[in-house]
Design a protein around this ligand. Structure first.
Ligand SMILES: [Zn+2]
Ligand SMILES: [Zn+2]
Length: 694
């Protein structure tokens, strides 16, 4: 075997599972490369010591610097390393962190701003076959008082993957020095190897405000707390320009009655002082930089907030090629991983500006179902085209990282063609039709034959029934059957996905206070030309009778079809003498005793609405209790102008428990005694989404 001469240390991460059994996310060191392009080297196990050696195909790996390899090695499980690596901007910012840099970490299920204190080597000392891991020692920042304080309880060492955001570097340096002096901290670089490519040094210089889409949220949580001394603020000056500065003093100046702020501006202005107002000095700064205004004229510095309606431009083209092929569809999160991967705050799709109709619909359609995956492959628009944004920035991102920032959704909304989709609350059915028809270019999901005419295409089915046609607490099964019978509709073929709209008028009025979302929908009796069972004896049916539908002796509400014998017997009865049963057409002639196949569809999501706000329930696996609840605007940080929404995903196995009961039990359940989740599912359903199981 001919070996490449190059013998310097080269590190890599496995991005595709190989035949050799190396799992995705494994980190190793390549010592040589074969002529065929395979890497020869070893893979590190837990603790950073060599676990196994051998070869791996180069195209199954992605190169890492030593520093990157050390940071990623401390991340577990291994799958999270790839998530972090894919988050190019965040990861490059993490690799460039220095002492006193501000970061936000996930700590005890909460997001916590911290200052970088030190970079710690973890594991056995470097020697051949060992790679020390790198972790971060961090100090908590007390946002309540906007001062930095050391906590009494020592924090654990954080891995790079615990850091969810990195604040722009100048955010810190612009802070008044007193903070760091008080703590006796001197700004110096943490001992480390700066090995990132040029990308991050450029970023660091630019001090970019929008480092990472995930970042914007936490920076806000630091800066939009009420204004006080040390806060960065902006003021609209008399000539209409916005000026920026740090608040140096707050109080009531001589001769005034209200609270005023003294700001040290970023730039000089001719009308400004060096810290005096009137005849009195309130603080000292360079000349022409001190501005005094009523405190109510100050707002938090919007350069550090997520700007409404504006999408931050990507900073630089990613230096690391995306690990997945653009044509690859990330599969939904596996059932056992959902609780650790998806549940919590800042999970799911972040709502913004009337987007809940869209967030809840996208979450329902794509979180657990793969019904639409195949449809991505058909669309052929450009890389920045809308279907790529949907696939790459929303669906794949949701499944891979569990969080889609509001910016991605807004980018998508703005490309939906009609401006109102980006600004107004829309109906989910309107959005679904637009999405499937014009974005994914797919054929109508449903082909419905009306009164024996030619089949018409549709993307959703609106249930239309009279209130007295079904039970007081109907199930979706009953509603669908009644809706089809009363309008003389039949499915031309079995749909791959069936989206059923509940009977409501507008957002407020609902026909039924409660609807049971049938977990399995049997559509056999609503299919045109498919063999069906006799309602009474189970043999092949040959007649259907619409007038028998509501017969109180024959399960009222259930569709009735009969074999020739039963049809005759049923209609001998005087009360049914006037009925006009219709002969059924069956495509293939079946032997009379052949077992008839039933066609069922599985419920995979329920979209709910309450007071114009849409939320979603999603079934994420075969286990009956595998239900999650999603609200893109469950909480909000900050005020209406400067805040952001906190999307939340909750686990709700109780919904599964409830749905496992009989229809009788469900319809008589006292919702005031049920959990909030069960109540919302039962009372607020707007749309039920079903897919084929086979
Ligand atoms: Zn029969
Ligand atoms: Zn009849």
């Amino acid at each position: 075997m001919e070996l490449n001469e190059e013998r310097q240390e080269r590190y890599f991460i496995v991005v595709r599972s190989s035949k050799k059994g190396l799992s995705r996310g494994s980190i190793g060191r390549a010592d040589a490369e074969t002529a065929a392009g395979d890497l020869i080297g070893m893979v590190y196990g837990g603790g950073g010591s060599a676990k196994s050696s051998g070869t791996v195909k180069k195209q199954d790996t992605h190169p890492l610097t030593r520093h990157q390899a050390q940071l990623l090695l401390f991340v577990s499980p291994a799958s999270r390393r790839l998530e972090l690596l894919c988050n190019v901007q965040l990861f490059s910012a993490i690799c460039a962190l220095a002492q006193d840099d501000l970061v936000v970490v996930k700590h005890k299920k909460d997001f916590q701003p911290c200052l970088v204190k030190n970079l710690i080597h973890i594991g056995k000392k470097d020697k051949p076959g060992v790679l020390q891991m790198l972790g971060f020692e961090l100090d908590l920042v007390d946002t309540q008082h906007d001062i930095l304080s050391k906590t009494t309880a020592p924090l654990p060492f954080f891995s790079a993957a615990d850091i969810v955001q990195v604040a722009p570097s100048h955010l810190n340096t612009r802070r008044p020095l007193r903070d760091s002096i008080a703590l006796g901290l001197k700004r110096k670089a943490v001992s480390r190897i700066n090995s990132m490519p040029a990308l991050n040094s450029r970023n660091a210089k630019k001090g970019s405000i929008f480092l990472n889409t995930d970042v914007s949220s936490s920076i806000q949580s630091l800066s939009h707390s009420s204004l006080e001394v040390g806060s960065m603020a902006e003021v609209i000056s008399l000539n209409g320009l916005t000026v920026f500065g740090v608040i140096r003093w707050i109080g009531v100046p001589e001769g005034k009655k209200n609270c005023w702020a003294g700001l040290e501006l970023d730039n000089e202005a001719t009308t400004c002082s060096d810290g005096t107002f009137g005849t009195k000095r309130y603080f000292t700064c360079e000349g022409n930089k001190a501005l005094f205004v009523p405190l109510t004229n100050c707002k938090p510095d919007s350069r550090f907030l997520f700007i409404q309606n504006e999408i931050p431009k990507p900073l630089e083209p990613p230096s690391v090629t995306l690990l997945e092929d653009l044509n690859e569809d990330i599969p939904p999160v596996a059932e056992p991983d959902v609780l650790s991967h998806l549940i919590g705050r800042m999970r799911g799709i972040q709502g913004h500006f009337n987007s809940c109709y869209l967030d809840a619909t996208l979450f329902s359609l794509f979180t657990s179902s793969v019904a639409f995956n195949r449809m991505f492959n058909r669309s052929a628009d450009s890389e920045e085209g809308i279907s790529h944004i949907l696939r790459r920035d929303i669906v794949n991102r949701l499944r891979r990282t569990g969080f889609v920032p509001a910016e991605s959704v807004m980018k998508f909304r703005k490309q939906l063609g009609c401006k109102s989709f980006a600004t107004e609350e829309k109906d989910p059915e309107e959005f679904i039709t637009l999405l499937l028809k014009h974005v994914l270019h797919i054929e109508p999901l449903l082909k419905i034959r009306s009164c024996g005419d030619l089949a018409q295409g549709a993307y959703t089915h609106q249930i239309i029934v009279e209130k007295n046609q079904v039970r007081a607490v109907p199930s979706v099964q009953q509603l669908l059957e009644m809706s089809f019978v009363s309008s003389d509709l039949k499915f031309e073929e079995i749909p791959s996905c069936l989206i059923v709209q509940m009977p409501r008028f507008g957002k407020k009025f609902k026909l039924f206070p409660k609807i049971i979302p049938s977990t399995e929908l049997d559509i056999t009796d609503t299919l045109h030309c498919f063999p069906r069972e006799c309602f009474l004896c189970g043999h092949l049916a040959e007649y259907e009778c619409v007038q028998c539908l509501m017969d109180h002796k024959l399960q009222p509400g259930k569709i009735k079809q009969y074999c020739t014998t039963c049809n005759t017997q049923v209609h001998i009865h005087p009360s049914r003498k006037e009925h006009t049963p219709q002969k059924l057409i069956v495509k293939d002639h079946l032997p009379e005793d052949a077992p008839l196949q039933r066609h069922q569809m599985q419920l995979f999501a329920v979209l709910c609405i309450n007071t114009s706000h849409y939320v979603s329930f999603v079934k994420y696996g075969p286990n009956p209790r595998s239900w999650i609840f999603f609200d893109s605007m469950a909480d909000r940080c900050g005020d209406d102008n400067n805040g952001y929404n906190v999307p939340v995903i909750r686990s709700c196995p109780e919904v599964g428990d409830f749905l496992s009961q009989s229809e009788e039990e469900m319809s008589t359940a006292d919702v005031s005694q049920s959990s909030e989740m069960v109540r919302r599912l039962l009372c607020d359903s707007y749309m039920c989404l079903y897919q084929r199981t086979e």
